[in-house]
Design a protein. Structure first.
Length: 212
């Protein structure tokens, strides 16, 4: 089970680059093309500062396999067998990843916006004079100059993915069939439910080494 938890955690890490890509894209759009920037910053930041337990309860309702609004919508659109989401072994872990991405975008977006505002505007002006397209400016100027920010967010994101606990405990409790179990959830189960404190300590030591 610990090995399965580690494998699940490695899969959860995939949510980090997806979050970074979406955050950077949104940050560039908001920074360049959107009015009322502060309003959008607040809107995107709200999920990050919301209680994870409250978020998990809301998504429990949204992802309900029969009565949930998402599957009700899919049924009305003609999807005959919509996914079981958190009740399905195949879709439970991707559902957790989806929530992780949604809650993580706000923080990354704010940090990226700060990074983008430190890029000298003269670089973009020079590129425009040379006839560089918007895509070329993004790949040749924006991405290289925010790479230190990306590295910081990637490292903190990977560490955070190894600490996902409250979301999984409330949403799935490691199920169905241990499909969403992670080392931290397994550690909790062994320490406080099975009362195997020695084994739980060993798990915590392994987790400490990995995160370090």
């Amino acid at each position: 089970l610990f090995q399965k938890g580690l494998l699940n955690n490695v899969i959860l890490i995939l949510a980090v680059p997806i979050t970074l890509l979406l955050s950077l894209s949104l940050a560039v759009i908001i920074n360049k093309y959107v009015y009322l920037k502060d309003l959008f910053k607040v809107i995107y930041f709200m999920p990050f500062i919301s209680s994870i337990v409250a978020v998990a309860v809301v998504f429990q309702v949204l992802f309900h396999p029969t009565k949930g609004p998402i599957n009700q919508l899919l049924l009305t659109l003609g999807v005959e067998n919509p996914p079981g989401w958190i009740a399905d072994v195949t879709f439970a872990l991707p559902s957790v990843m989806l929530i992780m991405v949604w809650t993580g975008i706000g923080f990354n977006l704010i940090i990226y916006l700060a990074g983008l505002q430190n890029i000298p505007k003269e670089l973009y002006e020079a590129a425009q004079i040379d006839g560089a397209s918007a895509w070329s400016q993004f790949t040749k100027i924006t991405i290289p100059l925010v790479s230190p920010t990306t590295f910081l967010l990637f490292v903190t994101g990977v560490i955070s993915s190894f600490k996902v606990f409250d979301l999984i405990i409330v949403l799935t409790n490691g199920g169905p069939a241990n499909s969403t179990i992670t080392p931290v959830v397994y550690l909790y189960q062994q320490a406080f439910i099975e009362l195997k404190t020695g084994y739980a300590s060993a798990i915590s030591l392994v987790m400490f080494v990995i995160i370090l």
